[in-house]
Write a protein that binds this ligand. Sequence first.
Ligand code: UD1
Length: 431
Amino acid sequence: MDKLIVQGQTRLKGEVTVSGSKNACLPILAACLMTNEESLIHGVPKLVDIIRLSRLMGELGVKIERDHNDPFTVRLQVEDESKYLARYDLVRQMRASICVMGPLVAKRGRALISQPGGCAIGDRPIDLHLEGLRAMGAQYRLTSGGNISLRARRLKGRELFLGGPFGSSVLATANVMSAACLAEGTTVIESAACEPEIVDLADFLNKMGAKVSGQGSPRITIEGVKRLGGAEHTVIPDRIEAGTFMIAAAMTKGEVTVRNCQPDHMMAVTANLRRIGITIEKLNSSADAPADTVLVSARRKLKPLDVTTQPYPGFPTDLQAQLLAMLCLADGNSIVTDKVFPDRFMHVAELGRMGAQLRKQGPAVVVCGVKKLVGAPVMASDLRASAALVLAGLVAEGTTEVRRVYHIDRGYQHIEEKLNALGARIERVAE
Ligand code: UD1
């Protein structure tokens, strides 16, 4: 197991390039189960979660080849359509394995998926995924060993409401939208997730020959087709990685050029960072070429903020921990509420060990800004919480040891290399 040793009080300066979006890639790779033709996906980040999904796809009879570029291009071709099991050992390691469920039941008429449990960020039900697929005619059964069995001859298009207690669901929308592409008739998803990753998936499905419209809005319409073909696609940049670097730049009072990001996907992030006093300039926008580079800098003391995470276009829950780490050093009291995952606050106690003053109250945390953080050994609990602790380590006095960094490798490509290229001093050592 590796840990990261972060030397504090650095000021980041330079340029960083954002990788392709993990959360866009996962359902796009899974959608390739729905064609017998070859697909080519460019801009795939080298991440543990991508490798895990590739393993699962391999077990599902898909031949996957990666080139040696960075980011890589993945070539996928279904060779054996008789498989339909996503086993516990893989689903346990990565909940997002659930994204093969819709494509499998739509194309192979059968899916047997180990039921994912909760995780460090809280209870993670999949009722909406099942409700959608069952409404389209899939027969559901919970089998021994905790596997979900779904069967269907051919799914039927339906009008569906996919909103849950916390709003829309990203992967439930991905599963139902993908499956509906091969259903008989038209499906309308009301309260669909509007995330850019869903738009990217819909764009990919349309390249495969699907008829999806309304993506990016809460009402998506899918006219089912009989077959889908192979397609070539480049995934969108990772808005969460981009946001993490923006926060890192601001926290360290640095000046960082962030390349390959789409500010249009990050309006809630940039608006809130500007409210805190961070300067974000788009560098290369013109009428025909939208900006993909921003310059982030922060000179003044950071102002406190009252922010609540929400489904897109709201402030993303995947940046809550990093924002919270930054607000620990703001000039005053902030309130950070997570309405998407109300228990996603494992980092609070660890930041407390570094001198932050935080008080959790239900789904919110009250942050009293302090003058400085101090380095300490801390434990990463999940992907984004680990990133928050690394950022805190960058500004803390002394050395911070972030343990269990396998979480961070799930979602950030070479985070310490990218931060070190900006002037950070982070070393990865085996424990
Ligand atoms: C995706 C992202 C994850 C991000 C999350 C919210 C991927 C691979 N992961 O996860 O990084 O943090 O969106 O933006 O894309 N819910 C239900 N029933 C369901 C499904 C979800 O009640 O069947 C609830 C969840 O508990 C949560 C909320 O809906 O409160 C949103 O979760 P959801 O959008 O489904 O998260 P994921 O798609 O799993």
